[in-house]
Design a protein around this ligand. Structure first.
Ligand code: SOE
Length: 387
């Protein structure tokens, strides 16, 4: 018997759309124990909230997020607003006993993240941070291959997340669409927005990062602020690079920028092990590159695995072998896992506590970029094993 599960999403921007789409589609493809009901959409502008509700089939809309928290019929609060609102909404939702899905990064910084972890653990509510790329089938497959030991000892992990949308000094900071450039709303620039994805995936696949050495740059120092109408200093990092050491002895090299002309969302990673290497590229997200030195030398080479067969992660739920899926599907997978675990009372990864580990790395990278020194990453182990 599937039970209805009332969902309230706070935020109707890009992420509000990806999450709404996932709740709508999940039951068509996965046998989840709940029927998600799009109960309420909440956003700043009434006209926009109403239009969103009509387009996506929400039963109601509001401009006041407290109404979503106070609504006793809402089971899941899904937070898709700028980073500076995550903590207050998540803490209120936890106190109200709601299950919570929160967009990445967890918070503005680790101090805020710690408060969020405390709140959800004290309340005992289900909590998940939406690091969507983990659930791209090729990325999940990479994790499985590593866990099977196919790579052997891992030496290197390198990742990039490159974009080019803020090169013009005319792009404003603040407001819908450009809040990511306003340090008050975002907490940091590419470190929290883009590298957080790479760090989450990297630690999931290769274990904890222990020390980091980073550098950042803000190429455009002043931008018009949409809310004040004034030209104001830019407080975010436009580019960030860091080296790190993982607990397993491997070395990491990460780079992110919004100034890589020609790249829109080039998230790539490559992992080099003793026996094999793996590489992945978001622009070709349904493929996983794999090189195995144990292959016979006359046929040895990089192979490009088309991750579409039914025995590959999540793919048995979609079409037939050879037909690929895309970006939106990772959110559907995340929702399927979340709802399945919710029914079993099991945590879903990455929990707030696991996402706090990513926040610790981001904070250490930013601290190192300021003081020019290697920084130790604060660590806290996960309380319960999440899947
Ligand atoms: C920024 O442009 C952004 O939308 C990030 O906020 C997302 O997390 C990333 O997946 C794509 O790029």
């Amino acid at each position: 018997m599937t039970k209805p599960l009332n969902v309230g999403i706070i935020g109707y921007g890009f992420m509000g759309r990806t999450h709404s789409n996932a709740y709508r589609k999940v039951r068509n493809f996965f046998d989840v124990p709940y029927e998600p009901v799009l109960k309420t959409i909440c956003g700043l502008e009434e006209k926009e909230a109403k239009a969103f509700a009509e387009r996506w089939g929400y039963q109601s809309y509001t401009t006041d997020w407290h109404k979503v928290i106070d609504d006793k019929s809402i089971d899941v609060v899904d937070i898709c607003v700028p980073n500076n609102r995550h903590a207050e909404i998540a803490i209120a939702a936890a106190k109200a006993g709601k299950a919570i899905c929160c967009e990445k990064p967890l918070a503005l910084n680790a101090a805020e993240g710690e408060e969020m972890v405390k709140a959800v653990e004290k309340a005992g509510v289900a909590n998940l941070v939406s690091f969507n790329y983990r659930r791209v089938p090729a990325v999940t497959l990479a994790k499985l291959l590593i866990d099977e030991g196919r790579l052997g000892r891992i030496f290197h992990y390198r990742a990039n997340f490159l974009q080019d949308w803020t090169i013009s000094s005319k792009v404003p900071q603040g407001g819908m669409g450009t809040w990511r450039l306003d340090v008050k709303a975002a907490g940091s620039g590419v470190t929290g927005d883009l590298l957080a994805h790479c760090i989450d995936t990297a630690m999931w696949q290769n274990g904890p990062i222990t020390t980091v050495c980073g550098m950042t740059e803000t190429f455009v120092k002043e931008r018009m602020h949409t809310e004040t109408g004034k030209v104001e200093p830019v407080g975010i990092d436009d580019a960030c690079m860091f080296f790190c050491r993982f607990g397993n002895g491997s070395l990491g090299n990460f780079e992110s920028t919004r100034y890589a002309r020609g790249h829109k969302a080039l998230y790539t990673f490559e992992i080099n092990g003793e026996h094999a290497s793996i590489a992945w590229d978001l622009h070709d997200l349904h493929r996983l590159s794999y090189f195995d030195h144990r292959d016979e030398s006359i046929v040895r080479g990089w192979r490009s695995i088309h991750v579409t067969d039914g025995d590959m992660p999540y793919m048995g739920h979609w079409w037939v072998p050879g037909l690929q899926i895309g970006y939106e599907h990772a959110f559907v997978h995340q929702t399927a896992d979340f709802l399945g675990n919710l029914a079993k009372g099991k945590p879903t990864s990455p929990t707030f506590r696991e996402a706090l580990a990513t926040q610790y790395v981001c904070d250490a990278v930013l601290a190192s970029a300021k003081n020019g020194k290697w920084e130790k990453v604060k660590s806290k182990s996960a309380s319960r094993k999440a899947t």
